[in-house]
Design a protein around this ligand. Structure first.
Ligand code: ADP
Ligand code: LRH
Length: 517
């Protein structure tokens, strides 16, 4: 008989991919040695689409990409004699689609980089304090938190017509199954969840609706928010119509995985100890720890650390670092200007630029929106009294050094604020392909870096599905052991790169960025 095969749909801000994970039993008589083999079936581009001054997601195109991927995955699975045992979707957080009373989508979901939330967190916190929020939701302040998007759009015709709010992976799952749920890891990025109980916060929502009466009803029978489910819950079988369209057998279960991509990525971290930090490294870099309990101190709130919910009752205690967005957006700017901008070439050149020539605070809010990134980086360098990077390679080097400085700071702060010691940094996601960035992370943190898997979110997605199907069993450590067996890992030692600088240089650079030196 063939292997159990699971389809992971992983939608990132820069691309969507449909990946098949085959669970292959090991040779040992007790079933030991089981591993997962990942195979990418399709990849399609993703990104903001501007219409009338508003940035949107082209969610119908994503749905089509999923259908095309499913069709190819079904064919591939059948050709191998495997059994298609599940489908799960994860994506970026916070964004959502609104449905009307007929269940029809009310317009394209708005992109979290849209400017409609500019200034909204301040307005909301003036009415319901930041401390009152954090005590309940433990969430970082980002202008794009779902709560702030809802306040920004309250009173619009669309909000008035809305009867249901579905976060992106829940929306796409509903289109596959006809069932509406809110998966809890992603729901924890809305700002409306109680981080302790893992339930919607009735008191916080009531306070918000008191302060902003034009907000629609969110909870209860007539509320926009659906019921919550934990990762591993079967949402329903693939609908007959979709099954026919993609050639799938009937009854394939669609599973709520850790539907926040970062939650799935953390599941796939091949950790062997609990003293690990992770950098989930894609468009964003999510840097932090896995904890059993949230950290809700004032110091944690002031450092803008977030307590997002993880699989199996865990808390993802982390900071959002602006990430490879700075590099993506620089490449886009250069391409638009007709400059040659090949990533591998630029990285090779950047490796020859001396370390720490120019460092900036990558998390400055001015980098969030799309636009001319090299110009914004140069302006930031100038404002802080440094020589702005001149060449493309210098700009790339400035981005990578500055990211490594931010990782150093986030790992240290996460450890201090939580009291958890860290002895290794795991990097997962597309950024793992950037060997220079991995080495710089080891140099800056002074810790060994273990890099891989590249498709972390997809692997975590498959692992959670396989356990839900009974093909795998055990806790997160057991899933991680299975996951690690199938992936190639690279190790980076602090100071071991050509041109690596000692950790004291990185400490000094961090002080410079913080304006404390
Ligand atoms: P997301 O899920 O947010 O869309 P990914 O995890 O796919 O992001 O990571 C995308 C990033 O990976 C790109 O921005 C790029 O910087 C990096 N990357 C992809 N391929 C390579 C490569 N061959 N060399 C170096 N970096 C790469
Ligand atoms: C990464 C991510 C991150 C969120 C952001 C909106 O893809 O999900 O965890 O903060 O997108």
């Amino acid at each position: 008989t063939g292997a159990a095969a699971f389809v992971a749909v992983d939608l990132g801000a820069s691309s969507g991919r449909v990946i098949v994970g085959r669970v292959l039993p090991g040779d040992a008589p007790d079933g030991g040695g089981t591993r997962v083999e990942l195979h990418e079936v399709t990849r399609f581009p993703n990104g903001p689409v501007e219409v009338d001054g508003t940035l949107h997601w082209d969610v119908l195109r994503l749905h089509q990409g999923i259908l095309d991927g499913l069709r190819a995955a079904v064919r591939e699975t059948q050709a191998r004699g495997d059994v298609l045992a599940g489908i799960g979707i994860d994506s970026w957080a916070v964004d959502y689609g609104l449905l009307d009373a007929d269940g029809a989508l009310l317009g394209n979901p708005v992109h979290y980089r849209d400017s409609r939330t500019d200034g909204v967190p301040g307005t909301v916190y003036a009415a319901v304090g930041a401390d009152e929020h954090y005590a309940v939701n433990g969430l970082q302040t980002q202008p794009f938190n779902t709560e702030f998007q809802l306040v920004a759009s309250a009173g619009t015709a669309q909000a008035g017509a809305a009867r249901r709010l579905l976060l992106i992976p829940d929306l796409l799952t509903a289109w596959l199954t006809g069932r509406q749920v809110a998966e809890v890891t992603n729901a924890s990025t809305t700002g409306l969840l109680d981080v302790g109980s893992r339930q919607w916060s009735v008191p916080l929502v009531a306070r918000l609706r008191e302060a902003f009466p034009s907000l629609p009803e969110l909870l209860g029978a007539d509320g926009l928010l659906p019921g919550l489910v934990e990762p591993g819950t079967v949402v329903g079988p693939l609908s007959d119509a979709v099954a026919r369209a993609v050639g799938a057998p009937s009854g394939v279960p669609v599973v709520a995985v850790g539907s926040h991509d970062t939650a799935s990525a953390v599941v796939a971290v091949p950790a062997e100890t609990d003293r690990f930090a992770y950098v989930s490294c894609g468009t964003w870099s999510l840097v932090g720890l896995e904890l059993d309990e949230p950290v809700l101190s004032a110091a944690s709130r002031e450092a803008n650390f977030t307590n997002e919910l993880g699989v199996d009752g865990t808390v993802r205690y982390l900071r959002n670092v602006m990430g490879l967005w700075l590099l993506q957006e620089s490449l886009r700017t250069w391409n638009a200007a007709g400059l040659p901008a090949d990533l591998p070439d630029l990285l090779a050149e950047a490796a020859r630029v001396p370390a720490l020539t120019t460092v900036i605070d990558v998390d400055a809010p001015e980098f969030l929106a799309p636009g001319d990134m090299p110009a914004r980086i140069a302006a930031a360098a100038e404002r802080s009294g440094q020589t702005p990077p001149q060449s493309q390679a210098e700009t790339v080097r400035c981005i990578l050094d500055s990211l490594a400085v931010a990782y150093r700071r986030a790992v240290q702060q996460a450890s201090e604020l939580s009291g958890r010691e860290v002895e290794v940094v795991h990097m997962v996601g597309g950024g793992v392909r950037n060997e220079l960035l991995c080495q710089l992370t080891a140099d800056a943190t002074g810790l060994p870096v273990v890099a891989g898997p590249v498709e972390g979110a997809a692997l975590g997605n498959v692992l959670v599905q396989a356990r839900a199907a009974g093909v795998l069993s055990g806790d997160l450590a057991a899933l991680r052991e299975v996951g690690a067996r199938g992936v190639e890992l690279r190790r980076y030692t602090p100071g071991a790169g050509a041109g690596s600088l000692g950790v004291e240089h990185w400490a000094a650079a961090a002080l410079r960025v913080d304006g404390r030196a």
